[in-house]
Write a protein that binds this ligand. Structure first.
Ligand SMILES: [Zn+2]
Ligand SMILES: [Zn+2]
Length: 343
């Protein structure tokens, strides 16, 4: 089969590889669409340590079942599917508690920090355990379905955020996840969603997708503006979707006393923490990792149009063009958000 192999750091190549073996509990999926994740782009140069070559990356995918393992009963060849990016064991302490995203033995497709290596979906075929596979409705295209993983990250973060109908929410960062969080907060009943991002094009997209107010911290103090809009109190909740010091500071500074800040962004390993603001304001700081059982809900939300991914897809291209698209994303080409590759 054809696969896009990270041969070495900064060296992606379309190569011929043997098709993966499907174990007795696995299904072999003929990949029809696979999104390039920001973490794949960041992993390209080795700086994050989460992609160790040689590796086939790719964990945001959809396709058709091409073969089923001997013990797989619920799936048939030709079924249209997507699958969780986290391969959880189903047996550990966290899996038993219904928190598979925290599984002690979890592996992520196409991610290899340290010892394990599990090739991902930038290839014609990928083998995955049948327990992480979800059926796609006919009205959801493979290209849109490849966005479900990102949608699930946003929906999971909002599910951990104590939102009440009528709330004012702030979303710091209007990248891919931020734009999905805006839509999920709207759907959860927030009356007002305020987007904060230094990029005017992203703020425009945030407005199109449901933000009532868009604030640019490069041209004015966002925290002051948010306080002015909330009778000096601050927002009820904030969701941070960048993962760096300044945006985290903004997310914590813009919520009211007793409010909550959910942290989804994950770029820097450590940031300064405003301890006294959090303690004296009785704030709740909530981390959010990947997703935990939200796939069926996300499939519904997308198929009903409650969450739109179309405006986030910058390009759909054949797998062979992968190296060029990775290079364009690595150079941070403006206004290029999600690129979907079709093996
Ligand atoms: Zn991802
Ligand atoms: Zn587990």
């Amino acid at each position: 089969m054809n696969a896009l192999l990270l041969k070495d750091y900064m060296n992606l190549e379309l190569v011929r590889m043997p098709e993966p073996e499907a174990g007795p509990e696995d299904v072999l999926v003929r990949v029809r669409a696979c999104g390039i994740c920001g973490s794949d782009v960041h992993g390209l140069d080795g700086s994050t340590g989460r992609r160790n070559p040689p590796l086939v990356m790719g964990h945001e995918a959809a396709g058709e079942i091409a073969r089923t393992g001997a013990r797989v009963q619920d799936w048939r060849v030709g079924d249209r599917v997507t699958f969780d990016s986290t391969i959880y064991c189903g047996q550990c302490f966290y899996c038993a508690r219904g928190q598979p995203n925290l599984c002690e033995n979890r592996q992520v497709l196409g991610v290899s920090p340290g010892p394990y290596r599990r090739h991902g979906a930038f290839a014609e075929y990928v083998a995955v355990p049948s327990r992480i596979v979800y059926r796609l409705p006919d009205n959801l295209s493979f290209e849109h379905a490849a966005m479900i993983e990102a949608v699930s990250v946003a929906v999971h973060a909002v599910s951990l955020t104590p939102v009440r109908p009528g709330d004012t929410a702030v979303v710091v960062g209007s990248g891919m996840i931020g734009l999905l969080v805006i839509q999920a907060l709207r759907h959860a009943g927030c009356a007002r969603v305020i987007a904060v991002d230094p990029d005017p094009a992203r703020l425009e997209l945030a407005r199109q997708l449901g933000a009532s107010i868009a604030l640019n911290p490069a041209t004015g103090d966002a925290v002051v503006a948010i306080r002015e809009m909330t009778e000096g109190r601050g927002a009820d909740v904030a969701v941070e979707c960048v993962g760096a010091g300044e945006p985290v500071r903004t997310a914590i500074a813009c919520v009211r006393q007793g409010g909550s800040a959910t942290l989804v962004g994950n770029l820097e390993p450590a940031v300064e923490f405003p301890l006294q603001t959090v303690v004296t304001g009785q704030l709740r700081i909530q981390g959010s990792c990947a997703s935990s059982g939200e796939y069926p809900a996300c499939i519904d939300l997308m198929s009903q149009g409650a969450i739109r991914v179309d405006p986030l897809i910058g390009a759909v291209a054949p797998l062979a063009e992968g190296p060029e698209w990775f290079a364009r994303l690595y150079r941070r080409e403006p206004n290029l958000m999600k690129v979907i590759l079709k093996p």
